[in-house]
Design a protein around this ligand. Sequence first.
Ligand SMILES: Nc1ncnc2c1ncn2[C@@H]1O[C@H](COP(=O)(O)OP(=O)(O)OP(=O)(O)O)[C@@H](O)[C@H]1O
Ligand SMILES: O=C(CO)[C@H](O)[C@H](O)COP(=O)(O)O
Length: 335
Amino acid sequence: MTKPDRVVLIGVAGDSGCGKSTFLRRITDLFGEDFVTVICLDDYHSLDRKQRKETGITALDPRANNFDLMYEQIKSLKEGNQIMKPIYNHETGELDPPEPIDPNHVVVIEGLHPIYDERVRGLLDFSVYLDIDDEVKIAWKIQRDMAERGHTYEDVLAQIQSRKPDFDKFIDPQKGEADVVIRVLPTQLIKDDTERKVLRVQMIQREGIEGFEPAYLFDEGSTIDWIPCGRKLTCSYPGIKMHYGPDEYFGHSVSVLEVDGQFDNLEEVIYIEKHLSNLSTRYAGEATELLLQHKEYPGSNNGTGLWQVLTGLKMRATYERLVGKKEAARVTAGV
Ligand SMILES: Nc1ncnc2c1ncn2[C@@H]1O[C@H](COP(=O)(O)OP(=O)(O)OP(=O)(O)O)[C@@H](O)[C@H]1O
Ligand SMILES: O=C(CO)[C@H](O)[C@H](O)COP(=O)(O)O
């Protein structure tokens, strides 16, 4: 691994089971695995599982997390130093002996609180919040935890409900500080949909951030509703609807891209890509190509995949801006 001149720090925030792992895979695919180090902020839990049970403090509560250590270590890593990061072991619920982490070109801090602490937030070069509507979150978590972790439907529901008050207090407000929020909602194309397979997904992009140019549909700043289905985009029931427009979000200006529905044929997403601008792609069709590279990732056939790819491209643009395009090309080529 080449030693970085500049560590670019990215925060990815969201509740457990909100699709962070899938999004992180897209980011490492884009930058190259050796080039990115991912730190899970669960490692900064200061109360272990037993202590949390005894005190009734959840992992979402800042009191169960060591933000002083998180700040000191992330700052030091960003300054180019090796750190001895704690490890929270999810199997035992205890802290394991710390491990050395070296600086890398891109460091992603992901988990419940990357944007929570003002000092840590101040270190971030780009931040994303994954905002999953409760109904969709339940559907995803039930599917995973029942299939892979042996939980019952009631267990999963009870766990989500017991976390909700602290989630609303400590995790959710971070979205007001994020550069991009990927918001996943139930579809509006099917009346009373209970399956939660068809999704309405928004990419909420903060305006006025230095070096971050929001992507747009057709005409920057206009409000657009578009049904792209027809000769160039195959849409089976219930179809696809796109929307773009300016909005206010937590007291600041944003522009919102939205897609409701799912793609029948991923190759045809190129048609949508052609009508989007400011994508930070290196060549026409790159976003569609990135989506096609991993058709098997969950959400590739809907707005979650598309907006995750675009957000990844915005991260790459931030990286290139901070280190310089030439240096970025040199490093990714491994010379
Ligand atoms: N875009 C998506 N569309 C449909 N399902 C999804 C999507 N993203 C994630 N899921 C589902 O949600 C589950 C949780 O996703 P993932 O493991 O990526 O979340 P996570 O935030 O990393 O969770 P944790 O922090 O608990 O490990 C996955 O098993 C998958 O079934
Ligand atoms: O929200 C979480 C982030 O992943 C976990 O619930 C938290 O880290 C506690 O983990 P565990 O339940 O394994 O003790």
